[in-house]
Design a protein around this ligand. Structure first.
Ligand SMILES: [Zn+2]
Length: 64
């Protein structure tokens, strides 16, 4: 077995869950936490915090 590293979310510090398809792990890296933090984040923080921040920044850009 290849050793799979579990990385921690830079926002909530919890382990990022591995994504599994047909019993095989195909992704362990989570999501890009920019612009909220520098590193990787879990799905929950990506949807709840990172995407919302990105949308807010886009809206700010459009108002210029
Ligand atoms: Zn998180």
């Amino acid at each position: 077995m290849s050793k799979l590293k579990t990385i921690q979310c830079v926002i909530c510090k919890r382990d990022i869950e591995h994504k599994v398809h047909n019993g095989r792990v195909y992704w362990t890296q989570g999501n890009n936490a920019q612009p909220v933090a520098d590193g990787r984040c879990c799905d929950r923080c990506d949807v709840g915090i990172v995407l919302r921040t990105r949308i807010r920044e886009i809206q700010k850009e459009m108002r210029k």
